[in-house]
Design a binder for this molecule. Sequence first.
Ligand code: PRT
Ligand code: ZN
Length: 291
Amino acid sequence: MANINAKYLKLAIQKEGRLTDETLEFLRKSGLEFESYAIRLFSTCRNFPLEILYVRDDDIPEFVASGTVDLGILGQNMLNEERPKVKKLLNLRYGFCTLTVAVSKESEIKNIKELKGKTIATSYPESTKKFFKENNIPIEVVSISGSVEITPALGVAQAIVDLTSTGSTLALNDLRALKKIYESEAVLIANEDALGNGKQDLLKKLITRFKGVLSAKDYKYVMMNAPQDVLSQLKKIIPGLKSPTIFPLAKDGWISVQTVIKEDVFWETIEKLKQAGASGITVLPIEKMIL
Ligand code: PRT
Ligand code: ZN
């Protein structure tokens, strides 16, 4: 642990890849100010004691586990596959993908049981073995580092296990998804000692910022106009995190109501509000929300 700088938190993120843009965007939304150039090895934040290291995602588990850095951002899929000795702190709600079993479109295989005794190509051998073992289906695994999707056409394997997001790679290679093994997203991980090495306060402050950005994603801020006499009805519809903010309007007997609505019930709540008499409903972006 000798190289952990006591005054700074160090965070490793992917230098160049699928998680890079969204990770930088997430950090900036958290109010962190820093320069980022692909050629840089690290950036120092101007307004928070945090150093950001740009590395290959494959190196992040080891860097965090060994204490070279305190924190890392990577796909949950890598934690599932490698099981590094790190602590997961947060799901970050981006970088979504699914580890999927797929077979050739023409294959007669209709369910995973029919893969018994077959060869499966994957870059996720541990996740694959675990999944088939749990389902009591003996299979052979061929470990491949890239272009797993072409192996059925080459006759190397009868099925593959790979990450998918849009599904277009499967379609392009005439493959068909058979079964989802697990879903993944970007996660924040910490060194197991990072919480106990005198950096707890800094870490707490950083996590509060991150949670603020994440909460904002779960809610929408809404403004609407309504006749004063339907206010009690509106209040019943809005399952209030806090009570709504209410202003009188110039038009007699009318009010303006401002509130937050949870993303997952957003459209049904809007419908109910309209039916109750709300109009001019406007949605405003929430950048951060400290609960
Ligand atoms: O260079 P470095 O080692 O840092 O990067 P890498 O090439 O190893 O990783 P990278 O950048 O490809 O992925 C980083 C992380 O992004 C992964 O660990 C996942 O957590 C996440 N992620 C999200 C994905 C995908 N979506 C994804 N679609 N990782 C890979 N894919 C690949 C998949 O392997 C397949 O080849 O994209 C293809 C399928 O995509 P669709 O959209 O066609 O279904
Ligand atoms: Zn990688």
